[in-house]
Design a protein around this ligand. Sequence first.
Ligand SMILES: NC(=O)c1ccc[n+]([C@@H]2O[C@H](COP(=O)([O-])OP(=O)(O)OC[C@H]3O[C@@H](n4cnc5c(N)ncnc54)[C@H](O)[C@@H]3O)[C@@H](O)[C@H]2O)c1
Ligand SMILES: [Zn+2]
Length: 421
Amino acid sequence: MSETVFTYAAPALKFGPGASDEIGHDLQGYGARRVLVVTDAGVAATGHPARIADQLAARGLEVTTYDGARVEPTDASLVEAIDFARDAGPFDAIVAVGGGSTIDTAKAVNLLTTNPGELMDYVNAPVGKAQAPSQPLLPLVAVPTTTGTGSESTTICVLDVLALHVKTGISHPALRPRLAVVDPRLTLTQPAMVTAASGMDILCHALESYTARWYADFDAKRPEERVPYCGANPVADMWSERSLTLLAGAFRTAVRDGSDTAAREQMALAATFAGLGFGNAGVHVPHANAYPIAGRVRDYRPEGYPADEPIVPHGMAVSLTAPEAFRFTFEADPERHLRAARLLEPDADLGAGPDVLPGVLTRLMRDIGIPNGLAEVGYGDADVEPLVDGALKQQRLLATAPREVTGEDLAAVFRGSMEHW
Ligand SMILES: NC(=O)c1ccc[n+]([C@@H]2O[C@H](COP(=O)([O-])OP(=O)(O)OC[C@H]3O[C@@H](n4cnc5c(N)ncnc54)[C@H](O)[C@@H]3O)[C@@H](O)[C@H]2O)c1
Ligand SMILES: [Zn+2]
């Protein structure tokens, strides 16, 4: 029997310049007295977390700051953060000030300081034991400083399991922040490449959830089987379409001139909207491919990111196979792919066919300085097999693709993504 039901959930949202000045008031509403502020070194250097900590202290809250979140968290970095919080706690609320890396670190800290056991007990199977939390979590206030992941709205924490060279996650509705505070002023200091990469993450969230398998094309689930991601649906579509329109108006400007407050605000809205969409619909092939692309990096070090370790940032990793992935999914629903392309380039005469959306994406990627394909970040044809193996492990994501995806299909997508222009 086919599914007939879709679901939608989201945190409370406070959006706009100045929204982050009210966090002390919001926390007092939760009855909080001892608060942990989580951030990373790069964000700490902007002064935003210290300003927020001072604001909380001025309201009489006791504040401890952890500024050791790792950019693209690993199991080891999360355990370090959890150990810190277990030693310094107990706390009764957590505030995450940073990009997806920081917000995901705070989610793991929240889970493991309120619940028994260790990180791997909760990590998705088959890598971990996929246990559900047995105890309630603390209120988490998520304050994004990048315009990208939407992690402030979602139920997941993404991590790299170092020993296995795989990226995986923890996914449970209890991880969703209580409140998302999106203050576009905090995003003005994002370096251009962070704006470009995290913006490609927004774009792929919107495009993948918009082209995902329709919720009614899944088998019917029992209530206890429902997952946060239920496939494309009328509510998620609304967020995704609006996000694409915002990106069309602001993305190139925000990368070119980071001080353009109007463009920054539109990007913050776009990230929020896409998060609310994909956080309920799900993502598919480009995200599945991004996990091994990021996990198997050798020596690529993009500008704007910490230079101590090689990294293909999440949004960049997602975008590198996106043009080919959407060429592959086109036949599942041509009209949706074309409509998305028209939302992104409303003034162009784009024509029709499977090349339209890939063309829109590669023009944008070239304009904002995203690498010209997998070759530029260090991959070659000999890497296709392990990349395919890594992507095939992301069955949860591939199941959301609008058509069946085989290893051969993925190999063609990876091979076609070595060089885009
Ligand atoms: N949980 C989810 O729903 C979800 C969704 C997508 C991605 N992710 C994860 O999020 C992570 C990526 O997060 P991201 O793209 O937001 O970037 P990020 O948090 O990794 O930050 C990127 C870099 O930008 C710096 N930075 C962030 N904000 C800044 C600012 N305002 N000013 C100056 N520097 C700033 C950081 O210090 C860091 O060096 C990845 O680990 C990815 O897997 C999670
Ligand atoms: Zn993403």
